[in-house]
Ligand binder design. Structure first.
Ligand SMILES: [Zn+2]
Length: 156
């Protein structure tokens, strides 16, 4: 399975950035209380974002499989703790565009992926080539449900 990626704002980059999950957790156990975080790394600057999954919960209340996964940093066991916004897979369906066309995006909730990544996959071209197709779009913004995008085939 692909590594989950979470698009969140990086305070160091001061931008929305993809944060691939490191596959790791950080755990603090204090007496019978547990704190735990999943660790995501900013693709832009490498800063680690800690996403809290447990705040001073009783160890007795946490499933054994989850405790094991936390202590052994087992990515498969930790997967159920991933935030809903962390996406493991997505796909693009859309019409073939052979003349200037307004495309209306339908985006499942929780999906935060840059517009140019979506169109690169949909058009089957490198991300750097997307700008030629979307003269008016803000390419680095995450896609929104219901968003309208003008698509213009280059050289057409
Ligand atoms: Zn960053």
């Amino acid at each position: 399975m692909a590594d989950p990626v979470w698009s969140i704002r990086c305070p160091r980059c001061a931008l929305l950035r993809p944060h691939p999950w490191t596959g790791r957790a950080r755990v603090n156990a204090n007496k019978a209380k547990l704190d735990a975080w999943l660790l995501f790394r900013c693709e832009g600057c490498g800063r680690v974002h800690k996403h809290r999954v447990f705040r001073r919960v009783s160890v007795a209340g946490v499933a054994l499989s989850v405790l094991d996964a936390l202590h052994s940093n087992d990515p498969e066991g930790l997967r159920p703790l991933l935030p809903a916004g962390a996406v493991t897979s997505w796909s693009v369906e859309g019409p073939i565009v052979d003349r200037p066309t307004t495309v209306v995006l339908s985006v499942p909730s929780g999906l935060r992926i840059r517009l140019d990544r979506v169109f690169a996959r949909g058009l089957g071209c490198p991300r750097g080539a997307v700008a030629a197709w979307l003269p008016e779009a803000r390419l680095s913004r995450p896609v929104r449900d219901g968003q309208r995008v003008m698509v213009v085939p280059p050289g057409g």
